[in-house]
Write a protein that binds this ligand. Structure first.
Ligand SMILES: [Zn+2]
Length: 651
């Protein structure tokens, strides 16, 4: 039996549990309902199912050797709240001994341990440490229902488990939670859900819908087209049942199996939708939709982002092609956004020869430079002589990213986000933009550079606040007119020419090298771009096709316009390897095939996130290959199965 992780998105993981010829995709559902194994849970929502036997009686020291399940509960940790600490510790030792005995006849891969919320996080950690020691990676959770009204505790509990156990551990939630919480709980790290809530709802004559549930009496229309509801007769049978319920309660049972089937179908739909979003790498968008109809999700998402941000970021892919819909304030704290802001603050620097920064408003179409308004702005810049254009730096003001230097406009999520353009900014959006702008401009204005704000409307306020904070007067070129109007563009053009008039000519301006180095810095760290890419580098190609980085005839890498990611050639990878940045150490004789598996990884840069470009080196730091990470650097080392890096080029 093995579980292979094939991708991660926050604490959510995609993977497959394999047993002989059976394969169950995760995340998934588990059900009591099974004709063949009446005493088991069955795992899986389609095709194959894997059985998991019931937990032994509470504190039962005897483990029944005649199990029929393929996964077996071998331990039930006493950790209920309100029990004295000395009793808990004593019982922990006993349970540990029971596990040792059970593992004489069972593989740890088959073993499932039953846990539950404890009043002490330290005790929970002690239990998890035992499981790690035994290499038990299947953890069932019960008694979670009280936490459905205490999101803080719930997020703390699941997050603690997720960050203590290896990434390929599976968490089975036995408590019957509503289907509407499934996407959020998957993002928090749960892998399998009981569908027991479908039965509970059916017993209360509640018809589950995508976003909640309705009493049958409130069902005026046939809302569903599942196999049960498709036939009109079936639905009328459900409704008829309600009418006769008052006369004889027993009669209500008539429609209940159908209602239960429908409710189960809703559960199945929910888990598959979430898994689909995980596969399409749109899980975060999907979850942000669920906060619209459930306050539990809203609070839990905010707390997850607050409490576990570094972990969520480290397990979220850096480079995606999928759009980012920024719909609510919950999007401001999503990893893709906060990480972009952090990298702009820490890894971006305005190039030293720049003397004038021009601030532009963002545009609805992305990348910005393809928009109509930004093409007008380009006209103003092109009126500056070629040998002086190198003094100009463009920066775009936007929400919720704050600022986007022109060099990074292709980089995910700068070219991928979409926000309803209303022209008004919330207080939080303004704060983000001001602090990002202040950070990017601060050393530039200290060096005496000029700042031209070619903006209007609410952008003016952002600029005024930042100008005051930096104690630097900005020059305004479109205060009372549309920035893309002919008059405003002419005014900007005149101002820029004035500002560079007395400066000596530079060598002819090629923006390519600035773009390449800014993206390399964004990926690998400030200053790395300059060390890897010489001045004469040029980009060849046109989006949407890959842009090849050439130095003379030598090929040094590629920028992929769909994500903005830069991938290295073997020669530039060698320089990165020497710096021991974004490296993975291969521990083996021969690097074969197109995948480096986690079992062969000895050490990895903890900064590596899924999809990051990495270099593979041997123990003596010799360069072996360049590739793209599948999982985070932190997870590659402890993991013993599954892919770690997709190899692109080998020495
Ligand atoms: Zn239905």
């Amino acid at each position: 039996m093995s579980f292979d992780v094939t991708g991660s998105f926050g604490f959510a993981r995609l993977g497959a549990l394999k047993l002989n010829s059976k394969v169950v995709e995760f995340p998934t559902l588990m059900s009591h309902y099974s004709e063949h194994l009446p005493k088991a849970w069955s795992l899986g929502d389609r095709g194959h199912q894997i059985a998991m036997n019931y937990p032994p009686n509470f504190l039962d020291p005897q483990i029944n050797p005649e199990f029929k399940g393929e996964l077996v509960f071998i331990a039930n940790f006493l950790m209920q709240r309100g029990i004295r600490e000395d009793i808990l510790n004593e019982q922990l030792e006993k349970t540990t001994q029971e596990i040792s005995v059970a593992l004489n006849v069972l593989s740890p891969k088959q073993a499932v341990a039953l846990t539950q919320p404890s009043s002490s996080l330290e005790f929970l950690k002690a239990v998890l440490q035992k499981l790690n020691d035994f290499d038990i990676k299947k953890i069932a959770i019960t008694n979670l229902l009280p936490f459905l009204t205490n999101q803080r505790k719930m997020v703390e509990f699941i997050g603690t488990i997720r960050t203590m156990v290896p990434i390929d551990s599976l968490l089975f939630l036995l408590s019957p939670v509503p289907h509407t919480l499934i996407p959020l709980l998957i993002y928090a790290g749960i892998d399998a859900f009981s569908d027991g809530f479908a039965t509970i709802a059916a017993h209360q004559n509640v018809f589950l819908t995508d976003t909640s549930g309705l009493p049958l009496t409130e069902l005026e229309e046939n809302l569903c087209s599942c196999p049960v509801c498709q036939g009109k007769d079936n639905l009328s049978e459900l409704l008829e049942t309600v009418e006769i319920t008052d006369k004889s309660k027993k009669m209500a049972i008539r429609g209940r199996p159908l209602l239960e089937q429908h409710n189960r179908w809703i559960f199945t739909k929910k888990i598959r939708e979430t898994r689909n979003a995980l596969k399409r790498e749109t899980l975060r968008n999907y979850i942000e939709q669920t906060i619209q109809y459930d306050v539990f999700n809203a609070a839990a998402l905010r707390l997850l982002d607050q409490q576990w941000q570094d972990w969520l970021v480290s397990r979220t892919p850096t480079w995606l092609e999928t759009p980012v819909y920024s719909i609510t304030s919950y999007s401001y704290s999503r990893p893709a956004i906060t990480e972009f802001q952090r990298r702009v603050r820490e890894r971006y620097q305005i190039p030293s020869q720049k003397k004038v920064v021009i601030l532009f408003p963002c545009s609805a179409s992305k990348p910005y430079s393809t928009s109509r308004t930004h093409r007008f702005y380009q006209n103003a810049l092109e009126n500056v002589p070629w040998k002086k254009r190198g003094y100009l730096q463009e920066i775009i003001l936007t929400s919720p990213l704050g600022v986007v230097p022109r060099e990074l406009e292709l980089v995910y999520p700068a070219a991928h986000y979409d926000i309803p353009v209303t022209g008004t900014w919330s207080h939080e959006e303004k704060q983000i933009a001001v602090s990002q702008l202040e950070s990017v401009l601060s050393s530039f204005v200290q060096g005496g550079g000029a700042v031209v704000a070619h903006v209007t409307g609410e952008y003016l306020e952002l600029c005024a606040v930042t100008s005051e904070k930096l104690d630097k007067a900005f020059i305004y070129t479109s205060k009372n007119q549309r920035p893309s109007s002919l008059e405003a563009v002419a005014q900007l053009s005149k101002m820029l020419n004035n500002l560079v008039a007395d400066l000596p000519p530079l060598s002819p301006y090629y923006p390519d090298i600035e773009n390449i180095r800014a993206i390399a810095d964004y990926q690998f760290g400030l200053g790395i771009g300059k060390e890897i890419f010489p001045n004469n580098c040029r980009l060849k190609g046109r989006p949407p096709y890959p842009l090849r980085i050439l130095s003379g005839k030598e090929h040094l890498g590629v920028i992929h316009p769909s994500t903005g990611e830069l991938t290295l050639s073997l020669s530039t990878g060698t320089i990165l390897a020497e710096k021991k940045s974004y490296y993975v150490v291969f521990d083996g004789k021969d690097l074969q095939g197109s995948t480096l598996f986690a079992v062969g990884v000895n050490e990895a840069d903890p900064l590596i996130r899924p999809t990051d470009a990495v270099v593979i080196i041997d123990k003596s730091q010799k360069m072996l290959a360049v590739g793209q990470a599948v999982i985070s650097g932190k997870d590659m080392v402890p993991l013993t199965r599954g892919p770690a890096v997709n190899i692109k080029h080998k020495i």
